[in-house]
Ligand binder design. Structure first.
Ligand code: ADP
Length: 539
């Protein structure tokens, strides 16, 4: 080998904020807070507060390699921790407040965190779970001094801690493969599993996700992450935005349509991202209130399949482009993203929209894809053959935290648990999660496709399809519909809508009207639905 003769500084997360504080010093960060007035500062200001937070954490005894947990919303304080904690070589475990208490406890204990930083409206949860926490020594409330509620845990106030510290620090050189974020999958099966992002993975992911072929960021963008900071680092937006000099807007826990609309208008938001349920609420608000989404240009949606009707409404009614992404906690999370190509554009706008709206996205540099059959043999990229989706690359998991065995195989391929097709242009389409696919008489029915079609029926807020045991066909689809508030539908109306749009044998054997349970990461909770309705077809 002839060694390359270029420099090899480690890729470090803190360098992103240091860069933004120089190159985009005056670009703003605006944050809503639980019950304080909105907070507004700049990247230069954020770097200073991140330094104060890092000094404060050190004073609490946090050292490189230690874990620190947050239980927090999308705010500027949580953003500061995204830099302060990895900045001193420690690991930020972003606990998911939507998990059950036992699971929150499990993740904090499993992480062995010494400090828990939480937003004020989580005090009750923290007080409840504290007796079971085995490693936490310090509790910090993400609060100003005036509103601090120490509670039975004797929490100290985050702003008070920062006020005592210098806004200067010699950020240490941290090895680029050191752990930086610990994100747990929501554990719909078994205990949550920890995915430990390295500094390097986060930086590379952030560089790639801002590209024109992905989120397409520039310094004029105003980015509002509605994906939670505690869920796969809000899809890396807190890193991709400063790299590109975008203004950042944090909505805290106020994700209802009216609150989002107010922020979008007031702050000139051009780009946002979140799971489909948030956008269902937002679109329904816009329609009711007769408003338009200000300067919003692009919305990236993922976590669950984007209903075609949602992408169409955004574009045709409001001129907003939907970018669907597919990813998972195990991929930091960006896997593929649906952006246009010249080949698709040749076919005209409508055909291009159709192609983009019905696929999860296309191959991105940095994450390889393949689909395989049951024997592990490669399947062709013809848009028809479907098989288990495997991924690999520098921001894909190798091994879960504190597990002895690798999650990826010897060549780095990680089985995502999803079933997909890939076409010749590299566009990937998820047909189902392995465990959700409906096996009817030896054939497979895609629950995602059926849901997507049913979601287009007027009045439907959420459509969920599950495979229910059937005496003759093994399983048959049952559709559970949650209607928009104040709207009612009956089974005949829904079946009449589906009939011309699906092949006959996909027709749900039953349509049930009920509220649809969601998981801690905003996905339809099919485990609960299966438990509830497993007997309805007599199977
Ligand atoms: P959880 O902890 O809920 O599993 P993840 O975000 O890791 O959270 O979930 C990843 C899974 O979400 C993927 O494996 C896939 O099944 C599903 N998913 C993500 N994005 C999409 C999408 N655009 N379309 C369909 N499914 C998606």
């Amino acid at each position: 080998m002839t060694a390359g003769l270029m420099q090899t500084p480690p890729l470090q997360i803190i360098d992103i904020l240091k860069f933004a504080a120089k190159a985009h010093a005056r670009r703003e960060i605006v944050s809503r807070l639980v019950d304080e007035p909105s907070f507004r500062y700049t990247y230069a200001g954020a770097l200073k507060r991140a330094a104060q937070a890092a000094n404060a954490l050190k004073r609490l005894g946090v050292q490189a390699g230690d874990r620190v947990s947050s239980l927090a919303w999308n705010t500027h304080r949580h953003f500061e921790l995204f830099y302060a904690v990895p900045g001193i070589g420690a690991v930020l475990h972003t606990a998911n407040p939507r998990l059950f208490d036992e699971q929150i406890v499990y993740t904090i204990n499993h992480a062995e965190s010494s400090v828990l930083l939480f937003d004020r409206n989580f005090l009750a949860v923290v007080e409840r779970i504290t007796p079971q926490l085995t490693t936490v020594k310090s509790f910090v409330m993400l609060s100003d001094e005036a509103r601090l509620l120490p509670g039975t845990v004797g929490a100290v106030g985050y702003d008070c801690l920062l006020d005592r510290e210098s806004d200067k620090i010699d950020w240490p050189v941290v090895e680029e493969n050191a752990g930086a974020f610990l994100c747990y999958t929501s554990g719909t099966t078994g205990d949550p599993k920890g995915v430990l992002y390295s500094q390097r993975a986060v930086v590379l992911h952030a560089m790639a996700s801002g590209l024109a072929s992905a989120f397409g960021f520039d310094a004029f963008d105003v980015v509002m992450p509605c994906s939670s900071l505690y869920h796969a680092t809000a899809w890396g937006l807190p890193f991709a935005a400063p790299i590109n000099g975008c203004k950042l807007v944090f909505p805290c826990d106020k994700m209802d349509g009216s609150s989002l609309q107010e922020l979008i208008e007031r702050e000139g938001v051009t780009f946002s991202g979140g799971v489909p349920t948030i956008w269902t609420m937002y679109l329904s608000y816009l329609e009711k209130a007769g408003q338009t989404p200000g300067k919003l240009q692009r919305v990236v949606i993922g976590g669950s399949a984007v209903p075609r009707a949602m992408a169409e409404t955004f574009k045709k009614q409001y001129g907003v482009r939907v970018l669907q992404i597919w990813g998972m906690t195990e991929t930091c999370p960006l896997g593929v993203i649906a952006t246009p190509t010249p080949e698709l554009a040749e076919a005209g706008e409508e055909a291009m929209d159709e192609a983009i709206w019905t696929r999860q996205g296309r191959l991105q540099f940095g994450i390889e894809l393949k689909i395989v059959d049951e024997d592990g043999a490669d399947l062709p990229w013809d848009g028809e053959a479907s098989g288990a989706l495997l991924v690999r690359g520098p921001w894909t998991i190798q091994r879960y935290f504190r597990k002895d065995e690798d999650a990826a195989d010897g060549s780095g391929w990680f089985d995502t648990g999803d079933i997909a097709t890939i076409d010749a242009a590299g566009f990937m389409r998820i047909t189902d999660r392995k465990k959700d696919v409906i096996k009817s008489g030896g054939e497979w029915i895609s629950s995602i496709d059926l849901e997507n079609i049913a979601a287009g029926c007027l009045g439907v807020k959420i459509a969920a399809v599950i495979g229910v045991p059937h005496p003759k066909w093994e399983e048959r689809p049952v559709l559970v519909v949650e209607c928009h508030e104040g709207e009612t539908l009956n089974e005949d109306q829904v079946q009449a809508y589906l009939e011309p749009r699906i092949v006959k044998w996909w027709k749900p054997d039953k349509v049930i009207f009920a509220s649809v349970p969601l998981t801690a990461t905003g996905k339809i909770d099919k485990k609960v639905l299966r438990g509830r309705y497993s007997g309805v077809l007599g199977g």
